[in-house]
Design a protein. Sequence first.
Length: 359
Amino acid sequence: MSVAQTENLNIVAVDHMPSPEEIKARVPLSETAAATVLAGRRALAGILDRKDERLFVVVGPCSIHDPVAGLDYARRLKKLADEVADTMVLVMRVYFEKPRTSTGWKGYINDPYMDDSFRIDEGMEKARRFLMDVCEIGLPTGTEALDPIAPQYYGDLISWTAIGARTSESQTHREMSSGLSTPVGFKNATDGDLEVAINAIISASRPHSFLGISGKGQSAILRTRGNRLGHVVLRGGGGRPNYDTVSISLAEQALAKAKLPVNIVVDCSHANSWKKAEFQPLVMKDVIHQIREGNRSVVGLMIESNIEAGNQPIPADLSQLKYGCSVTDACVGWGTTEEMIRNAAAVLREVLPKRGEAA
């Protein structure tokens, strides 16, 4: 009598995935890229530790789908970053994984050809190569850590990591964050709850042991030191923004009560802009005004930006895709991005010296 099958009942295939070491061997870390990554991390740590009075701004496409347009954007952003380096550290938003509420394109790693072929093996290598190219331009990168295995493949090319509103409450992501080599921004929950993010920061700051994979792709027990550079990202939620002075004051009080550094990043997109990309400049202007009026807790901002404004559906004929335009959330265009950054820099040049004196 044979034993009944009790596993893999809904698995139709198990395909080989190259190990992190194999992918890194194909796209090895260069000295130039490594220098960019380390400089970016040092700058962000300096801002979070209040040794650097500049703001950091994570700015870029909602998601990467076209590496050619992505590198076009990166070169533009690098020039702008150099222009405002006295007041801001610009980090390119390079998001490869998209958490879907129900269905939809899951991102460049999962489906690089945007045809439901799900060549994750090729997507991972392409994603690593894109990160390498951006870092070799001299621009630090930031991304959202969604799949807990993915950082083993490209984490050496990341300077800042976000944990999204849907995953800040996840113990898996808190444990993973405790071992990441970057500062980590935890977003408040989609209902606006801030306690989720605060608990995540506390959890990630502690050592953890959990299941993961080694560089060779083998199952392993990962034991972490804990990440002291966790911070909160306000993105709005529950039907309202939370970048206003009252919301930020409440966040300051909550962080202080938890005995955490009072470091706040404001996401100008998502619920803070009512999911209307064109409202992002208004959010940023308001937050910069708060800094001018004496706020010291806001250390960073996030902007969803692309070459072209708005977004577009993914067509059946991919040759019909509009160049430099998002296929996920709508973004502000490049001209608006330049205006937002330059206007903020003009204000910050007057304010930051006084902000430092008030420390």
